[in-house]
Structures are given as structure tokens and as C-alpha cells.
Design a protein around this ligand. Structure first.
Ligand code: ZN
Length: 366
């Protein structure tokens, strides 16, 4: 509404404020929360995840803090960059997501490349070829090498379409000369997390390799607004949950870990985090916010579930069970988990967007 009355509202609301933007297919909400936490104490932002221009306006009206972190939907990055004059732009990754309504990921990379041309303050994932293609037109990019297991959307070179070559440590190149940037500002390797020559000691309480990657991207970007890496790391250690994500619940006698995953790359990461002691429950909906087309279930790498049995729930539990059965994974369909009785053993619940909200409500209220 506000934008219809005043199309320059975003410019007006961000004038004289320091703005950091974060975008990418996976990890936006968590990385934005990390940026706020480590930049804190008083940082404005769209912490509910409303990441399109209306959500940005709402967040900026709500707080007058001179420091702002905005999570930005991939399709709106160009607009956000043009209107908020950001001090920093964090580019995490690009992969397929919501096939029925999102632009093909290659086209998104083209748009970012155009919208970011000549910009400063970009911090970008050097291990994701599509992100590198998108960011290489910017000035003085801070490249960060972070583990990026999903590269299936970048198998062809964005410049010449020849196949890219990947090696285990995350390096990649093409015969045409397009390759991983050689001079990186920060990296994660076997020794730990590096920013420049400094080994950053970080005991993150959020689980998973992806969150360590998100943390390093955040710490690197915050240097641009004067936060030293070790100082930011101390503050990040206080973060235990982001909008109910990564929370652990006691429910009917069981310890339940609830994980949000919305697309093949995110699911792969979630399934890798499951321990052998945990049962796996997966819940899939295909409503408007999830994307109506659940065919992406076939892109998930489920090999880590081989020989196990998964409890399937959600509106599309039968699609999920069929997909798992084809992969040789056992599937038990439970149409309404509310009726589950007390049980034993730890559980990891992986759910997509609206299914995650239902699980969160269930775990908090019953
Ligand atoms: Zn090439």
C-alpha cells in the first residue's frame, strides 16, 4: 500500500541508514539473523522472513535503528539494491526452488549479473559457479570459499555452456577460462574458518555445515561495517534459534528436532545432519507458499536414508512415500501425526514451508 502511494518509500526509509542485504536460495533467513546478532544490539530487519518490497517497508517503518539487515527474495535483489544503496550485499547460493513459479535459476543469475554490475560491497560464495557468474561484474568482490554440496544447477558453464569441472575441495573451472576466483577473502578448510590470515574460533550453537558457511559469509560482510571477525564470532555464539528453526522440543516423551527444508539443496543438507540414533519424519505440503508442484522431491539425494524407514506426513505424503519407495527407502504414511501416541527415541522432523509451520504449532501446543 505504502509503495503505491510513494514509489520512493524504500529510498526514503533507508536514507542515512546503513543497510546490508542478503539473498540466495538457501540460508537467507538464518544469515540475516546472524548479521543482526553479530552487528547488534539494535538492528532493524525483516525477521519474519517477509522478503519482498512490502516486507522491507514494514520492517523499516517498525524501527528507526540506523543499522538495517534485509533478507531479499532472489527475484527482488535488483530492486532492493537500486533503492536501498546498501553498504553490503551477501550472495549465498543459487539453486532450483519452486519450479512452478520461480524463474529458472540460470535466468536469475543473469539478472543479478546485470543488476550488480559496477556495485561495491558484495560478499559472494566463490564455490557456487552461478553466484560467481552473477557477482563477477561487481567491483572488489569479497569472495568466500564455503562448502557448497549442491552444484547440479551449475554443471554447464554460464559463459560458454561447456561442462564445468568440479573437484572435492570445492574448486571448479571451465576450459573457456571461467573458474573459481583465485583470491578469496575468507574460507573454510580442514583447519577451520579463516578470515584473511586470521583463524576465527567459532562455537556455533546452530547445527550443520551450512550454518558454519552462513556464519562465515556474515562475518566477512560485517567487516565492511566495522565489525571485527572475532568480535562478531563471540556474538554469534549466543544465537540458538532463528524463527523456530533448529529448535528442539520435548513432545510426547520424545526429543524432536525440527528442521525446515524447501528445495533439493536444502533437503540434502537437512538429511546429512540426521544422526543414526534419530528417526526421520518428513512432512511435505504443496500449497501456494510451498510451490504447487512437488516434482522436486525426485531431485533430492536420499541415498543417506538407504536401509532406513521414514515416516511420511503432510498433504503430499503419498508423493513423498512413492519417491522414497523408488529409492529403496522404507516409507510409513501417517496422514495426521497429531494422533501419534507416546513413543521412544529422538526424532528429526524435516518439513517444507507450510508443513514446518504446522509442525511448529503442533509441537508448541500439544
Ligand atoms: Zn566456459
Amino acid at each position: 500500500m505504502g509503495l503505491a502511494v510513494n514509489p520512493h518509500l524504500l529510498e526514503d526509509l533507508t536514507r542515512h541508514r546503513q543497510v546490508l542485504l542478503v539473498s540466495g536460495t538457501n540460508g537467507k533467513t538464518t544469515t540475516a539473523a546472524m548479521l543482526r546478532q553479530a552487528w547488534g544490539p539494535d538492528v532493524a530487519g525483516n525477521h519474519t522472513g517477509a522478503n519482498m518490497p512490502q516486507g522491507h517497508v514494514a520492517a523499516l517503518v517498525e524501527s528507526e535503528s540506523p543499522r538495517v539487515v534485509l533478507e531479499v527474495d532472489e527475484a527482488y535483489l535488483g530492486e532492493a539494491v537500486a533503492r536501498t544503496s546498501p553498504r553490503g550485499i551477501v550472495l549465498l547460493n543459487l539453486s532450483r526452488d519452486q519450479l512452478d513459479r520461480a524463474a529458472e535459476v540460470r535466468l536469475l543469475a543473469e539478472r543479478w549479473r546485470h543488476d550488480l554490475a559496477g556495485r561495491r560491497g558484495v560478499t559472494a560464495n566463490a564455490n557456487d559457479p552461478l553466484v560467481v557468474f552473477a557477482a563477477e561484474t561487481s567491483f572488489d568482490v569479497q569472495w568466500v570459499q564455503v562448502p557448497t554440496p549442491w552444484t547440479k544447477d551449475a554443471f554447464a558453464c554460464a559463459h560458454c555452456t561447456r561442462p564445468l569441472h568440479f573437484v572435492d575441495d570445492g574448486d571448479w573451472w571451465c576450459e573457456c577460462g571461467f573458474r573459481r576466483p583465485q583470491h578469496c577473502r575468507a574460507r573454510i578448510d580442514d583447519d577451520g574458518m579463516w578470515v584473511g590470515d586470521e583463524l576465527v574460533d567459532l562455537s556455533l550453537r546452530l547445527p550443520g555445515q551450512m550454518n558454519r558457511s552462513n556464519a562465515l559469509m556474515a562475518l566477512c560482510a560485517l567487516q565492511g561495517v566495522g565489525v571485527e571477525a572475532h568480535e562478531g564470532a563471540r556474538r554469534l555464539e549466543e544465537l540458538t534459534s532463528v524463527e523456530g528453526r533448529y529448535r528442539v522440543y520435548d513432545w510426547r516423551g520424545r526429543r524432536i528436532r525440527l528442521v525446515l527444508a524447501k528445495n533439493p539443496a536444502g533437503f540434502g543438507e537437512a538429511l546429512r545432519s540426521v544422526s543414526h540414533e534419530e528417526s526421520v519424519w518428513i512432512s511435505i505440503n504443496a500449497r501456494l507458499a510451498d510451490g504447487r508442484d512437488p516434482s522436486w522431491l525426485y531431485d533430492i539425494d536420499v541415498t543417506s536414508l538407504s536401509g532406513r524407514s521414514v515416516m511420511c506426513s503432510g498433504d503430499r505424503c503419498l508423493d513423498l512415500a512413492t519417491r522414497l519407495t523408488y529409492a529403496g527407502v522404507g516409507a510409513d504414511v501417517v496422514e495426521d501425526p497429531s494422533h501419534l501416541s507416546h513413543g521412544e527415541g529422538d526424532v528429526c522432523v524435516v518439513a517444507n514451508y507450510t508443513a514446518f509451520r504446522e509442525w511448529r504449532h503442533r509441537l508448541e501446543t500439544s
